[in-house]
Design a protein around this ligand. Structure first.
Ligand code: HEM
Length: 140
């Protein structure tokens, strides 16, 4: 299975890999659940699943549109006061979740690809902490 095939599967199935992600994440980091106070986690799992597509698109094709999305997303996390140093644990938790989700189809090369894809995306998200994504959104 390639990263493209894995994202195809993630998007095609009814169940949300991201439900499993948040279960694992809050089990590991119970203190972080306060960051999500008032957030509808069912909806959050839906939007997080689609953001995995953007992570994949940016990794595979480097689309400017995907980069801008990630800048905006990073900026939103900045406004939510999410420290940048949480991203490495987030990535590792996502990798473990994907491994559990794909079971025997998961392999080292796929893990390498997802690691590189998430790192590339979080680099942009972190840039979004300093930059506005679109010039039109800059305040004068
Ligand atoms: C690569 C890493 C991450 C990705 C791709 C991601 C993705 C997303 C997406 C797509 C949203 C929805 C934004 C919107 O509705 O406008 C979101 C919101 C949010 N994320 Fe993340 N996230 C990441 C890391 C983190 C981390 C490390 C935390 C900290 C624990 C976090 C906490 C939140 C919170 C609190 C919200 C707000 C939810 C709301 O207001 O409804 N995220 N994230």
């Amino acid at each position: 299975m390639t990263i493209a095939e894995s994202i195809h599967r993630i998007l095609s199935q009814d169940d949300l890999v991201t439900d499993l992600f948040y279960l694992t994440y809050f089990e590991r980091y119970p203190d972080l659940s306060v960051q999500f106070d008032g957030v509808d986690m069912e909806q959050q799992a839906v939007v997080l699943r689609m953001s995995l597509t953007v992570i994949h698109q940016y990794y595979e094709h480097g689309y400017p549109a995907a980069e801008q999305f990630l800048l905006v997303l990073g900026h939103k996390h900045h406004l939510r006061n999410i420290p940048k140093d949480l991203y490495a644990d987030w990535r590792d938790c996502m990798l473990d979740t994907l491994e559990r989700y794909f079971e025997h189809e998961w392999h080292a090369k796929l893990e390498e690809e997802w690691t590189a894809a998430i790192n590339k995306a979080t680099d942009v998200m972190c840039r979004g902490y300093e930059e506005f994504a679109l010039t039109g959104s800059k305040k004068t």
